[in-house]
Design a protein around this ligand. Structure first.
Ligand SMILES: NC(=O)C1=CN([C@@H]2O[C@H](COP(=O)(O)OP(=O)(O)OC[C@H]3O[C@@H](n4cnc5c(N)ncnc54)[C@H](O)[C@@H]3O)[C@@H](O)[C@H]2O)[C@H](O)CC1
Ligand code: K
Length: 494
């Protein structure tokens, strides 16, 4: 689970790149004669941030044989120019670029070949370690000498700043949970954008450095992009002066069964707090704690649904149990926007969906839908979300820390939210929020993006008040102020 204090700023509309996409971006930059400039910029920015964050003491810069090491040479030169004492240990290399970089340092700060002995001596004398051994070019498994060096770095207890990626962390997938073989960084300065490994592993603080790469190139090569508060604000439905409850979205919540009555009630709270004009619950069970602002109906037979007027959106599956698949089939045939959650996330519904469906699995449900293990989902949530979207259609929200959204055209990730939200009923609230937005007229991708963000922002508000003791109904109630702040705020405040 990610620690709240380690979350990157949710305001950053950063992109995410895999190692392959970085190679393609680099090739594009090289064609435009911009690659060397970009590396120069990277090193200068890294030096600037290190100097600002850790302004005193010697810096030990560890440079690998690839471009990650090349960036480190540039950073060392800029740190030296800022008056810092810098000691560079470089991996033996024939890399032409790294060789040139090294010549540029000669006479400025000491450079030696990296050996274990020199590493230990250097670590004992330093305050800050700049880890520039491996970046996106790392191909597991680690070579033995690297494993030993990483161990030494981690044991030294110094402040460690990793350049682009903590050495040993795979770029494109979540780390395996053990950090024995990767640098434990206090801060990672990610170049150009996040790498998936940084989003889905325990990596400490991450800061993305903008290297002045033209946004059009970033967009062309990116794997995914982070949801921004600005775009969510623009998506939020506005009520007209003559609005009444019937125009603000009528949402049906279909869920619950005897013994499982809390889930649909939380969905109803989520929908109401996200602005639904009317929320009606239908369940086989009595729902003793449904919001008084909603209408709860106990029904004996789901055939009774046929006689009901069509709502603007439906949230379906929360606590519904084995009736979920036939009920979902019936509701999907109405062709109104639907959120399919919890018990409705079944592989029998493959092919039964339509464009206005939002599927909201957590990793366990996603694994069930794809017929693979949960570990395969959490290893690469982007790939899992995309695979689900291709198999099931509509829009997929793969819940997690962070949540990932696959729309027909894009992969998105939400950096807001916190581990306190890992509490029973949190997902039920989310399906209500998304259903409310669908009911207000947003498309499935829009409702998923805005809903996931609003829910996460509400969770952050609840966490600020209550810490890890927050419960799902707190998230539901914080949706309203989260929305209100977003609605009112100017883009400067965001
Ligand atoms: N557009 C950008 O974001 C830019 C990023 N840059 C930096 O370039 C690196 C990636 O550089 P690359 O040369 O492709 O790879 P690395 O430096 O990460 O590593 C290559 C180096 O590592 C050795 N190696 C690979 N696998 C292993 C292993 N299992 N064990 C030990 N050693 C291994 C390999 O032999 C090579 O020597 C990116 O992270 C950014 O830092 C550029 O500056 C351009 C702009
Ligand atoms: K690194």
């Amino acid at each position: 689970m990610r620690e709240t204090s380690q979350l990157p700023a949710p305001g950053s509309g950063a992109f995410v790149f895999t190692a392959q996409e970085i190679r393609e971006l680099d090739a594009d930059l090289a064609r435009r004669d911009l690659l060397e400039l970009t590396m120069e910029h990277a090193g200068a920015r890294v030096a600037e941030v290190i100097h600002a964050r850790f302004p005193t003491g010697p810096v030990l810069a560890l440079a690998g044989g690839g471009a990650n090491g090349g960036d480190t040479f540039v950073a060392a030169r800029h740190l030296h120019a800022l008056g810092r004492e810098v000691y560079v240990l470089a991996q033996g290399t024939r890399h032409e670029l790294a060789g040139r970089m090294r010549r540029r340092l000669e006479g400025l700060c000491p450079i030696e070949l990296l050996t274990e002995e020199r590493l230990c001596a250097g670590l004992s004398k330093t305050r800050v370690v700049l880890d520039g051994l491996l970046g996106t070019g790392f191909v597991p498994p680690l070579r033995e000498e690297l494993t030993q060096w990483i161990r030494r770095i981690n044991e030294a207890g110094k402040t460690v700043v990793s350049l682009d990626l903590p050495t040993g962390l795979p770029s494109d997938t979540a780390g395996d949970g053990s950090d024995a073989e990767r640098v434990r960084a206090d801060l990672t300065l990610a170049l150009v954008g996040f790498k998936p490994g940084l989003l889905f592993s325990e990596v400490g603080e991450v800061q993305v450095l903008d290297l002045g790469v033209p946004p059009a190139l970033l967009e062309r090569h990116a794997h995914a992009s982070c949801i921004t508060p600005e775009e969510v604000r623009a998506l939020l439905p506005r009520r007209v002066r003559g609005a009444h409850k019937g125009t603000a979205g009528r949402v049906y919540v279909l869920g619950g069964r005897p013994g499982y009555t809390g889930a649909p009630s939380l969905t109803a709270y989520g929908a109401l707090r996200a602005g639904s004009g009317l929320v009606a619950l239908y369940s086989r069970a009595e729902l003793p704690r449904h919001p008084v602002e909603s209408m709860a109906h106990r029904i004996e037979d789901w055939n009774a649904l046929t006689a009901l007027p069509r709502p603007d959106a439906v949230a379906l599956g929360m606590g519904l149990g084995e009736d979920s698949v036939p009920v979902a089939r019936r509701v999907l045939s109405w062709k109104v926007p639907v959120v399919l959650d919890a018990d409705a996330l079944q592989s029998e519904l493959r092919g039964a969906g339509h464009d206005a469906v939002v599927w909201t699995p957590h990793p366990g449900e996603a694994a069930r839908l794809l017929g693979i293990g949960t570990g395969d989902i959490t290893r690469d949530p982007f790939a899992a979300a995309r695979a689900l979207q291709l198999a099931y259609g509509g829009t997929v929200v793969l819940k997690g820390g962070p949540s990932v959204i696959a729309t027909p055209g894009a992969l998105r990730v939400c950096l807001a939210g916190n581990p306190g939200m890992a509490t029973g009923g949190s997902g039920d609230v989310l399906s209500g929020v998304i259903a409310a937005l669908l009911g207000a007229g947003l498309s499935a991708p829009e409702a998923a993006i805005a809903g996931v963000y609003l829910h996460a922002a509400a969770g952050d508000r609840a966490y600020a008040r209550l810490g890890y003791g927050l419960i799902a109904s707190d998230i539901a109630h914080e949706v309203a102020p989260a929305w209100h702040v977003l609605h009112q705020a100017s883009s400067e405040i965001l």
